[in-house]
Design a protein around this ligand. Structure first.
Ligand code: SER
Length: 431
């Protein structure tokens, strides 16, 4: 099942259950200084959960554009290396604003996964917050999940919040068993479940948040006007499950984009190789670049614009590692617009603008990347070890345009540490 079909079947299912299907909101949250980027489906409904806004419906479903590249939820460092992390991704979600609560949220999720999408029941496991007897009971009663397949976890896993403040609540996650044939479907204890989860043996696919509180800056929890529901399921993960592939990057959301990158670069794509990592970073960052530019974020030296600049420059570095010395990301971005423009027409509407700005930023960094890479080789030669001084990090930034987190990443790849303080001191001195 192609991702486009998964997305529309999700939305159609919830439309049939009386939900208003709403468009994704912008990646730039409207009037919300607590958040850098929209990082979950509930963001556009924050004021509705808080009882400050009446949208005219009490149930909604969306496929929401999300970026997690800074702030509380940040995936930037893991992109390309893991099978599951993205700076940009799509979150499928259903929402209840004081309408249904745990019982129906669990019923809908189970029915959609097992009947609509046909996922075998014996491959699904669930977790609940350790205090949540009600959710535990409902999973047994409504979905017939066996007690030994329901684990109770702490706040880290089963309490969700958007940012340091705002709507939050205990949650319940559905996991898909990806262990090797033979082990699959066999019972595990909680400790083993958590360990296997870390190694990719269980994949979290859907998070059902039982929105109940508003957290203030002092950490106090005030009950929301009405208990509500916020769920989130990464389209890329669900596609990997339904397409039977072990990595989100092997789903059709990425294969066309990676193929376009391979065609441009000319180096073969092998999944388990340094080139494989570079291609995946290029594909991921091309998606983030296209969507952020479409939503009005412009590369700059501060705030949201600086996150975009860092994403872009990381991508250019990977194209450089693949041997490219001319604009490359812009061509990958083109393929993102081709692949995703039907689902997100804003990409088509701003195609020329997206291309022009990606190319300009790429050219700007390409003018200095070569010198910077050579400089970096002197500072942190391959095979060596030690610490990169703050003043060197600063020079790479100031003279060659290397964002400090990029230098840190490159240093880490070669086994070097980076001096924490020095960069800030130099930066302060230069101001
Ligand atoms: N807000 C929750 C999450 O991001 C569910 O959508 O996981």
């Amino acid at each position: 099942m192609r991702a486009d079909e998964i997305r529309s079947r999700f939305l159609d299912y919830f439309a049939r259950q009386g939900h208003a299907v709403r468009p994704s909101s912008s990646l730039v949250p409207a009037d919300d200084p607590t958040l850098l980027f929209t990082n979950a489906g509930m963001v556009q409904f924050k004021k509705v959960f808080l009882g400050m806004e009446d949208p005219g419906f009490r149930r909604a479903a969306t496929s929401q554009k999300c970026v997690r590249a800074g702030g509380k939820h940040n995936h930037l460092e893991q992109v390309g290396v893991t099978a599951r992390h993205h700076t940009f991704f799509e979150m499928l979600g259903n929402f209840s604003f004081g309408d249904y609560f745990k019982r129906d949220a669990i019923r809908f999720a189970w029915e959609l996964l097992t009947e609509e999408f046909g996922i075998p029941r014996e491959r699904l496991w669930v977790t609940v917050h350790y205090t949540d007897d009600e959710a535990d009971q409902l999973w047994r009663e409504i979905a017939g999940v066996k007690p030994e397949r329901i684990f109770r976890l702490g706040d880290k896993d089963n309490f969700w919040q958007m940012a340091d403040t705002g709507p939050c609540g205990p949650c319940s996650e559905i996991h898909f068993d990806l262990r090797p044939e033979g082990r699959r479907g066999t019972e595990v204890g909680q400790e083993e479940f958590e360990e296997a989860g870390e190694r990719g043996g269980f994949l979290e696919i859907w998070n059902l948040v039982f929105m109940q509180y508003d957290r203030d800056a002092d950490g106090n929890l005030t009950p929301l006007p009405a208990p509500s529901i916020d769920t989130g399921m990464g389209l890329e993960r669900l596609a990997s499950v339904l397409q039977g592939v072990p990595s989100n990057y092997l789903t059709d959301l990425f294969t066309d984009i990676i193929a376009a990158a391979v065609e441009t670069v000319g180096v073969p794509y092998e999944y388990d190789s340094p080139q494989g990592v570079s291609y995946r970073v290029l594909a991921d960052h091309a998606r983030a670049t296209a969507f952020l530019l479409a939503d009005g974020v412009f590369p700059s030296n501060e705030g949201r614009g600086y996150v975009l600049r860092r994403i872009l420059r990381r991508a250019v570095r990977h194209a450089y590692l693949l041997g490219r010395r001319e604009p490359t990301l812009v061509l990958v971005v083109e393929s993102v617009i081709d692949r995703m423009g039907t689902a997100y027409p804003e990409l088509l509407g701003r195609r020329e603008y997206i291309d022009r700005n990606t190319r300009a930023e790429e050219e700007r960094f390409l003018a200095t990347v070569d010198g910077g890479m050579r400089r970096f080789d002197e500072i942190a030669p391959e095979g060596g070890s030690g610490t990169v001084a703050g003043r060197d990090v600063f020079r790479l930034y100031d003279t060659f345009g290397f964002p400090p987190d990029l230098t840190e990443l490159m240093a880490g790849e070669r086994g070097y540490a980076v001096e924490g303080e020095g960069f800030e001191t130099e930066l302060g001195g230069a101001r």
